[in-house]
Write a protein that binds this ligand. Structure first.
Ligand code: SAM
Length: 287
């Protein structure tokens, strides 16, 4: 099959359907088949795999996935792309396009209906305006999946993979690392997209852990403590938590920190995910 992803072919399709790129939907289509091959390689797709693709655009990445996977379901929000996808993907009978907003769709229902009980893989060149919301939806809703291989802004990928005491470390690093092992795989320049985005992009693979990285008594409290700690990242943890949304009592915080083996002077940005878990579990007992 001819590849959709070349500058010439993409231009032809755009002209034939008089398609207008929507900036607000984060439409930057890939026009380099080598990059597409690398994304699919990174996801380690075989005929045994069932894949959800987020945001197929005109089908450039979908085509590469369809050639390797058992089955692909691609979810696209833009109704103007649906007739284009029907045409560009017509040769692939293992592929189905759903016209939906990925943030609103009931993922468990879609997966149950289209794939049954098997764990899936998620792939996407994500729309940059909602990268984090999309990834967190799949993780927080505990979608049955083994990995997410996604193209995102470089800066967001670095935050996802960051370690304590670095400038990129924050609540996103912990939220992602709680559920996954992240691995940055590939840096991608703006030149391989049409139109070109303003930022550099990165392919990151998130391997979903069998169970969360740390055992937490109360997930809601754990994540609120983290948000409070990083909301005021220049303050010590005691000050950040006592003036944050949880309005915890300083004495309770000091006591929980001592039992968790965390020095009183530490700032939140220096705590590992394991230390945050210990602290949250001790605070949960005191509340
Ligand atoms: N996969 C194509 C490619 O690599 O060339 C297109 C990628 S483009 C960066 C992002 C795609 O996501 C666009 O097709 C856009 O319309 C779609 N999109 C944006 N927001 C979405 C949402 N909330 N749900 C589903 N698709 C969305």
């Amino acid at each position: 099959m001819d590849k959709i992803a070349s500058p010439k072919k993409t231009k032809e399709i755009i002209e034939e359907y008089q398609f207008k790129f929507s900036k607000s939907l984060g439409q930057n289509f890939l026009i380099d088949k080598n990059i597409l091959e690398k994304i699919v390689e990174a996801a380690e797709i075989t005929k045994e795999d069932w894949v959800i693709e987020v945001g197929p655009g005109i089908g450039s990445l979908t085509q590469h996935i369809a050639e390797k996977a058992g089955k692909v379901v691609a979810v696209e929000i833009d109704r103007n792309l649906i007739p284009i996808l029907e045409k560009t993907l017509e040769a692939y009978n293992n592929t189905e396009v759903i016209h939906e907003d990925i943030l609103k769709v009931n993922l468990h229902e879609v997966i149950e209906e289209k794939f049954g009980k098997k764990k899936i893989k998620v792939i996407g060149n994500l729309p940059y305006y909602v990268t984090t919301a999309i990834i967190m939806k799949f993780l927080e809703e505990k979608v049955p999946m083994t990995s997410m291989t996604v193209m995102i802004q470089q800066e967001v990928a670095q935050r996802m993979q960051a370690s304590p005491s670095t400038k990129d470390y924050g609540s996103l690093s912990i939220a992602v690392q709680y559920y996954c092992q992240p691995k940055i795989l590939l840096k991608v320049p703006p030149a391989v997209f049409m139109p070109r985005p303003k930022v550099d992009s990165t392919v990151i693979r998130l391997d979903v852990l069998e169970k969360p990285r740390v055992q937490v008594e109360n997930e809601k409290l754990f994540f609120q403590i983290i948000r409070d700690a990083f909301g005021k990242r220049r303050k010590t943890l005691v000050n950040a938590l006592s003036t944050g949304n949880l309005s915890l009592n300083k004495e309770d915080i000091r006591k929980a920190m001592e039992i968790a083996g965390i020095e009183e002077k530490r700032r939140g940005e220096t705590l590992s995910i394991e230390e945050f878990a210990k602290l949250a579990n001790h605070l949960a007992k005191e509340m």
